[in-house]
Design a protein around this ligand. Structure first.
Ligand code: C2E
Ligand code: CA
Ligand code: CA
Ligand code: CA
Length: 276
């Protein structure tokens, strides 16, 4: 069970996904996965740069296919978004993450990824409110991670969604910053508490002459000015810790501090009983 959260196999290759029959099979398997209990969440620590204290965990979904083994979310989340399953899967993720995090110490947060498809659903604030109420998790312990993809849709509805979510008292993070449609305009009004700097900027940044460091520095300055925190993602080595610390990132996430691990392991690390 210990290995469950670790290696994720990309069994469905790009070639396979291109084939209509395999794609249909994947959709069918995905439809069955939720009722069959094939999903679970792993949690990766997020550390405060100044003192390396774990201030929270990001919930990351895992699918254990009965035949194919672990399937990467990078492979099945896009399919779930296209075939209308992301709503049910996303709701399960929210409920499960809130329930599990409610047992953690009060100063430990949980971050949950929210697909742009979920974000476009006017029922999302109600779903979040219900997950909080049922679990008893304080709203400010829940952080929703949203990608730039949400800004593709009309900005009027996204403004209303941001206001409704902030009205619940949850925190909002802008995920994978710099990789998407990167218009800076939305930073003017969208009420983010945090910018997550994508791991593609961290990769290689500690090597001399690498331009990624300059980009990270600029993102941190922008975030600081706007009163937002910054998490450097995908930090793998000590040199990268030191670099992003010197560039002023307030938080660090990556294999160097911990890989995604099942809830029971996180509970043990937090010194509590993993069982409810
Ligand atoms: P993400 O939100 O950017 O999550 C971070 C990904 O980077 C995770 O991959 C994590 O395991 C990986 N990672 C963390 N630290 C390191 C590191 O130091 N080095 C490297 N090379 N990788 C690192 P994972 O778990 O395979 O998830 C992939 C993506 O799938 C996520 O990217 C997110 O976009 C999506 N995803 C995962 N869980 C959910 C979910 O519950 N809901 C939705 N909508 N999307 C999810
Ligand atoms: Ca994320
Ligand atoms: Ca990310
Ligand atoms: Ca990503």
């Amino acid at each position: 069970a210990k290995a469950a959260g670790r290696g994720v196999h990309r069994f469905y290759s790009a070639d396979m996904l291109a084939g209509a029959r395999d794609r249909q099979q994947l959709e069918g398997d995905l439809r069955a996965a939720l009722p069959a209990g094939e999903f679970n969440l792993c949690y990766q620590p997020v550390v405060r740069t100044v003192d390396a204290v774990v201030i929270g965990y990001e919930a990351l979904i895992r699918w254990r296919h009965p035949v194919r083994g672990l399937v990467s979310p990078a492979d099945f989340i896009p399919v779930a978004e296209e075939c209308g399953l992301i709503g049910a899967i996303g709701e399960w993720v929210l409920r499960t993450a809130c329930n599990e995090a409610a047992r953690w110490p009060r100063d430990v947060r949980v971050a949950v990824n929210v697909s742009p498809v979920q974000f476009a659903n006017p029922q999302l604030p109600g779903i979040v409110a219900s997950a909080l109420a049922r679990s008893g998790l304080a709203p400010d312990r829940l952080e929703l991670e949203i990608t730039e993809g949400v800004f593709l849709k009309g900005s009027d509805s996204s403004d209303r969604m941001f206001a409704a979510l902030k009205g619940l008292g949850v925190r909002l993070a802008l995920d994978d910053f710099g990789t998407g449609y990167s218009s800076l305009g939305y930073l003017r009004t969208a009420p983010f508490d945090k910018i997550k700097i994508d791991q593609s900027f961290v990769r290689g940044a500690a090597q001399p002459g690498n331009r990624n460091a300059a980009i990270i520095r600029a993102i941190v300055m922008l975030a600081d000015t706007l009163g937002m925190e910054t998490t450097a993602e995908g930090v793998e080595i000590q040199d990268e810790i030191e670099l992003v610390r010197s560039l002023g990132c307030s938080h660090i996430q990556g294999y160097v501090y911990g890989r995604p691990a099942p809830a029971a392991e996180v509970a043990a690390a937090l010194g509590i009983d993993g069982r409810a």
